[in-house]
Design a protein around this ligand. Structure first.
Ligand code: 6R9
Length: 693
């Protein structure tokens, strides 16, 4: 439409500082609030000019070559790394079609390499030994440290030598249960150097969850620390490990060695529980080992790590990634999606216990020779300005975080942000769930001063790296859209029957063909791998996410398909309703679930958190419902608004909808396991408020 064009043109002519996108100019320009897709946010000309990919044309050219000749495209990127032996001429082989037999993917098979060698030694040999690899910022402001690439390699080698000394060999599993201390990436890299398979378990999981993972992968060693400080409390990690190891023994898995780091700032070693013979202090043994350690060259298809992720039912799935393809893919996605330059200071707030911490705290950045900030603490300690304090302290240029953090900081008010300079920032990133356009705008306008493109990266534990993501200098963004596929990725939207739908549409998001970073199996359960991911829509990898594509081809993730609500035959993404609610100026956060409804099939039940200082009232309830009616339509109007001072979240920040569904449907005695909640206290509050509104 001409309005749309005018909008695009006027945006293109504004100087970057004036490119402030808001509901207001959307209204002025004639776009309705519901059609978020009409908002285009352009990178500045200066940004694009210096970018690795500067224009839609350049992207299209590279994308097309990656699809037409995957072997050639990926070989060229892979050649930037060191291979002790080149891969087979075939480059890759794949069968993702269950109808044609076992699902099997191989990339760079026959090639021998080592990811730690490529992340550390290779960069040092290129003259970057003195460059800072890790800036570490502790929970307490002022408690910090740093390691250059050369120093990091020495630490990695000492631990690698120790692990070899205690009998860890190529292919053995090592479980790592550590907070965000430098020793966490060190431990990952040490395992990889000797060909051992690490399985990092987020240090917020309970003893039971940890035991479940230990029982599944049977590690030779568990690496942990005695305790950690979170905000103002100390958590005794070693005691959790003790519990898990007892539980494992009961299930026939006995781990002979628990290497324990003494985290002095949280707890003295004298106060730690100890089992002689099994437990060893890291500080007592590791520093005695040589600072050089030979490299174990592994096949590209040898396993690199296992990372457990929760399925919809049953036991956690052990997602297995191999070496060569993952290396190439994590490095390439990092470089392009963040427009990485050697002068960047990069900070990703994710914990190494999740895939984001694997691909985009540890491997992707270090493979690129980047300087990475590792933060041990909480973003609201000592107050809600901590992130921006850290950004200013280290002159962070790329800041990558999750929508949940953006929303919670947005709720605290702009002053915590504007108090700091943030002038170093040039690229922002978002991951983990769809980012609501209103949170996107706040992140863009307030945190990034309307200057920094946002890379809203859609991907999964299973995919190893970014799948659909902006390339920040290449094209205009739309707040809330992950934009276009990364090189080599062919996303398709399919209907119920698995037919691809073209053009403007919505449906299930699948991927055609393999890519180097794809997971190769679920550990010990290849059948579950095939059933979960490749059988629902034969011929494709099924992501489990819903997605729509707009008239300009932009992809919009609408949330897990298990979170789709079908109201009177209308398919409504919970994320859509949440986004509408959060666009209300008084709503800070919303979580929407389906409940059984006599007439409509399913009704919409919305939990809402209000902006600090706003009281809940009948009037407000009505205006929240109205916001949804106005933005999506009357059919999407919530049947129930449940005021929630806090929402139940996992420690990685994901809202636990399973629990919300139970509360919504009144099954209060079936709440199930709430042990993985970041703050179990919100449950009582929620239940108490259930019937008084
Ligand atoms: C990387 C990560 C994967 C699920 C995925 C999707 C959601 C992640 C997203 C996003 C919309 C984004 N998700 N990034 N949804 N936009 N930018 O989070 O991996 O923990 O395995 O979760 O997270 O629903 O299917 P993982």
């Amino acid at each position: 439409s001409s309005d749309h064009l005018r909008h695009v043109e006027s945006m293109a002519q504004l100087p970057s500082g004036a490119r402030r996108i808001s509901h207001l100019n959307a209204v002025i320009l004639g776009a309705s609030l519901a059609s978020e897709e009409n908002d285009l946010v352009f990178p500045s000309h200066d940004f694009s000019r210096q970018a690795l990919v500067s224009s839609p044309e350049q992207y299209r050219k590279m994308y097309e070559s990656s699809i037409e000749d995957p072997a050639g495209f990926w070989s060229e990127i892979a050649s930037q790394f060191y291979w002790n032996n080149k891969w087979d001429p075939e480059v890759y082989s794949e069968n993702i079609d269950v109808r044609k037999g076992t699902v099997k993917l191989e990339w760079f098979k026959g090639g021998r390499t080592n990811i730690t060698y490529n992340a550390l030694d290779r960069n040092i040999e290129a003259g970057n030994g003195g460059k800072v690899a890790i800036y570490w910022e502790g929970n307490e402001p002022g408690d910090d440290g740093q390691l250059t690439y050369a120093q990091l390699l020495e630490k990695v080698c000492q631990l690698a030598n120790y692990l070899k000394h205690v009998g860890v060999r190529k292919g053995d599993a090592v479980v790592i249960y550590l907070p965000m201390l430098m020793e966490l990436p060190i431990a990952m890299l040490a395992c990889a150097r000797i060909g051992a398979v690490h399985s990092v378990v987020f240090a917020g999981f309970s003893a039971e969850s940890l035991a479940q993972r230990i029982i599944d992968c049977k590690p030779k060693v568990v690496i942990t620390c005695n305790a950690v400080r979170r905000g103002s409390k100390a958590i005794h990690l070693k005691e959790i490990v003790d519990g898990a190891l007892i539980e494992s023994v009961k299930n026939g898995v006995s781990v002979g060695l628990c290497l324990t780091l003494e985290n002095k700032s949280a707890m003295k070693r004298e106060d730690s529980k100890w089992q002689e013979g099994r437990d060893v202090w890291w500080q007592d043994v590791v520093p005695q080992f040589p600072i050089k350690c030979s490299v174990e060259w592994v096949d590209a298809e040898d396993p690199l790590f296992l990372l457990y992720t929760s399925g919809s039912t049953g036991k956690p799935k052990g997602v297995l990634h191999t070496t060569g393809g993952y290396m190439v893919y994590s490095a390439a996605t990092f470089k392009y999606a963040f427009d990485y330059k050697p002068s960047d200071i990069y900070w990703c707030t994710a914990d190494c216990g999740w895939i984001t911490g694997h691909s985009y705290v540890t491997y992707g950045p270090l493979l690129n020779g980047a300087t990475v900030v590792v933060f041990e603490g909480a973003p609201n300690y000592p107050d809600s300005g901590r992130c921006w304090d850290i950004v200013d302290k280290y002159k962070v240029t790329i800041f990558y975080t999750a929508p949940t953090l953006v929303r919670s900081l947005m709720r605290e008010g702009d002053e915590y942000v504007t108090r700091y300079h943030r002038k170093s920032l040039r690229v922002l990133g978002s991951v983990g769930e769809p980012i609501n356009p209103s949170a996107w705008r706040w992140f863009y306008n307030v945190v990034g001063d309307s200057r920094c493109p946002i890379s809203d990266t859609w991907w999964q534990t299973e995919t190893g790296g970014f799948m659909i993501t902006p390339l920040p200098g290449a094209w205009p963004q739309k707040p809330g859209s992950a934009t276009f596929p990364f090189f080599g990725i062919q996303p398709v939207i399919v209907d119920e029957k698995g037919n691809e739908i073209e053009g403007e549409c919505s449906g299930y998001l699948c991927i055609k063909k393999s890519w180097p970073g794809a997971f190769r199996t679920l550990y010990g359960d290849h059948e579950r791998y095939e059933t979960t991911y490749f059988k629902p829509f034969a011929g494709y990898y099924f992501s489990g996410d819903g997605c729509s594509r707009d008239k300009d081809g932009y992809f919009w993730l609408t949330g897990r398909v298990d979170d789709v609500i079908n109201v009177s035959g209308h398919r409504i993404g919970t994320a859509e309703v949440e986004s509408a609610l959060v666009s209300h100026p008084h709503c800070a956060e919303a979580a929407v679930v389906g409940v059984e409804h006599e007439i409509k099939g399913q009704g919409i039940y919305a939990f809402v958190t209000l902006v600090e200082g706003i009281p809940y009232s009948e009037e407000l309830r009505k205006s929240l419902v109205l916001a949804v009616r106005n933005q999506i339509g009357a059919f999407a109007a919530p049947d129930k608004i449940h005021w929630a001072p806090g929402l139940p979240k996992t420690r990685s920040g994901k809202i636990m909808r399973r629990i919300l569904r139970k509360i919504a449907s009144g099954q209060l005695d079936e709440l199930g396991d709430t042990s993985t909640l970041a703050d179990p206290g919100v449950m009582d509050q929620l239940i108490a408020l259930r019937d008084c509104q």
